[in-house]
Structures are given as structure tokens and as C-alpha cells.
Design a protein around this ligand. Structure first.
Ligand code: ZN
Length: 290
């Protein structure tokens, strides 16, 4: 197959490295064009790595996160584009406080819609990746990421829509990325037990089961992309987001050999398609003609 274009739309810098990252690295390595679109600058992300909680970081967080993102894109071998909106932050408290004025999820959606349609018409992706209707994780920017991605999928090919943003381009398929698969966590948890090692998943799984049944997510998966050879690049990209990711955290607890043996894929749900394909799939580009 000749080069096909893949666009992954993400809310914050670091999301591209934790959701479907190895898949984007694989398609880039196979010679396809891969573009990450980052909707916000991640300005309100907390410093989650104790080693990075030091003077000079918080004061310069915008530039720090830009530098981290550039290093992550390099690790994955993909291109990246900022859409330039402001991180809404994750509201906490009861009742929830209002979203910060001017932030991505607080401004009228028309501006973000128009900005993403313009990028789609310029890059001309055959396939897009975004989050499901719950955002994959209940952050207002993630839910809005879903909304603007779906609008771009629907309208970028409509010559009447969004005049002044370039020639119409019809995207063939759009996927949701599904990272939190309970069965995968269970396999890793069992492997820790089998080795008689400290199991970082045990408590997590117990808490998870108390909250809601996430097993259902696997029932939504239509497409599993083999990408174990790219897990190393995924981890390098994650570590590049040094303020957001603790290198001693659970993300890196599972040896790559276990991951490649027990669960060498990433999971996606085909949300909409304009081409014929058959489910289950192993390739996001299935059904796309040369
Ligand atoms: Zn995010």
C-alpha cells in the first residue's frame, strides 16, 4: 500500500503518548504520514513527577510542555501540530468549580471546530483517531476533543461547511482509542503474582471493580493493531513528558517482554466509516483503496 495519512487528535500534550502511541509509531515506521494534533497547550497539567517539582518548571510551564512534546513526537517518529487552545484543567470539588474563563472547554465550540476542519483540509487524513463520547477519561477537554473530531469528520468534506478553511476533504474512517482494558490489566496482575513480585495492579483492579464495570470497553473494540515492537518508542515518548509522568510509576512497572508476550496490541473502536471493511480488523487502513 502506498503512503496513507493518519491523524490522531488529542486534548493535551502527553495524551498522544499514552493512548494509541505505539500504533502511530508503527504506521510512521511503515512509511505512512502520521500527524498528531494537540488541541491545548496543557498549561494546567499538574507536575506529577516529584523530580520535576523544582524551581524554573512551573514558571515556564508553557515552554516546558512544548519542549516535552517536541521530544515525544521525535521519539514516535511523527509530526505534531498545536491547535493553540488553552487547557481547561480538571475541575475538582463538590460542587465542581466553573471552568476557567477562555479555556478550551469554556469557549464556544465554533472556533475549535473551524480550526480543526482547517487542519483536516490541509493534511487530508484518510483515517482519524479521537476519544469516545465519554472522553475516554472524564476531563472536559477530552469530551470536547471527541465533539470537535466528530464534527471535523462529518463536515470537512462538505463544500458548504466552514467556508474559508480550504478545499473540502472527505475522511474515510474515524476511530476511538480504548486504553483501559480490564482484561489486559488482569493479565499483568496475574503475571506479577506468578512471579511472586509486588503487584502494583492489585489495589487498582479492586478499586476499579468497585467503581464500574470496565469489561464492557473490550466489547466495543473492533480493531486490534499489533504494535509490540513499538512499545519501547511509546515509553520513550511518555518519559519525554517528564513533568507529567513519574518514571517510577505504574506506567513503567510491566516489563516490555511481558507486554509483548501477553498483550502486543493497541485497541480501537471503528466509530464511523465511509469505506467497506469487515470487523474485527487488525489494520486502521483496512478497506482504504490505493
Ligand atoms: Zn489529557
Amino acid at each position: 500500500m502506498k503512503s496513507v495519512r493518519l491523524m490522531a487528535v488529542h486534548a493535551h500534550p502527553d495524551d498522544e503518548s499514552s493512548k494509541g502511541a505505539a500504533t502511530t509509531a508503527r504506521y510512521a515506521a511503515d512509511g505512512h504520514e502520521v500527524l498528531i494534533v494537540t488541541l491545548t497547550g496543557g498549561e494546567r497539567g499538574d507536575i506529577l513527577n516529584p523530580a520535576m517539582d523544582r524551581p524554573g518548571i512551573k514558571e515556564n510551564i508553557e515552554q516546558v510542555r512544548r519542549d516535552e512534546m517536541a521530544a515525544a513526537a521525535k521519539a514516535l517518529g511523527v509530526e505534531q501540530h498545536w491547535l493553540g487552545f488553552v487547557d481547561s484543567g480538571l475541575p475538582e470539588g463538590d460542587p465542581l468549580p466553573p471552568l476557567p474563563e477562555g479555556s478550551f472547554a469554556a469557549i464556544p465550540i465554533e472556533g475549535p471546530n473551524r480550526a480543526l476542519v482547517e487542519v483536516v483540509r490541509d493534511f487530508k487524513p484518510h483515517v482519524m483517531i479521537t476519544y469516545d463520547e465519554h472522553g475516554g477519561y472524564p476531563h472536559p477537554d477530552h469530551i470536547r476533543c471527541h465533539e470537535v473530531s466528530m464534527e471535523a469528520y462529518e463536515k470537512a468534506g462538505d463544500p458548504e461547511a466552514y467556508p474559508g478553511t480550504g478545499e473540502p476533504w472527505t475522511v474515510s474512517k474515524i476511530y476511538y482509542t480504548h486504553g483501559f482494558i480490564r482484561k489486559r490489566m488482569q493479565l499483568f496482575s496475574d503475571e506479577f503474582d506468578n512471579h511472586g513480585m509486588d503487584n502494583p495492579f492489585k489495589e487498582w483492579l479492586a478499586r476499579w471493580d468497585e467503581r464500574r464495570n470496565i469489561d464492557d470497553l473490550m466489547a466495543r473494540v473492533t480493531t486490534q493493531v499489533e504494535c509490540g515492537d513499538y512499545f519501547g518508542q511509546r515509553d520513550d515518548a511518555l518519559r519525554a513528558h517528564a513533568t507529567q509522568i513519574d518514571p517510577n510509576g505504574v506506567f513503567f512497572a510491566v516489563p516490555l517482554e511481558w507486554q509483548r508476550r501477553l498483550w502486543p496490541t493497541e485497541e480501537f473502536e471503528l466509530a464511523k466509516t465511509r469505506v467497506k471493511t469487515s470487523i474485527p480488523e487488525t489494520d486502521l487502513f483496512a478497506g482504504i483503496e490505493d
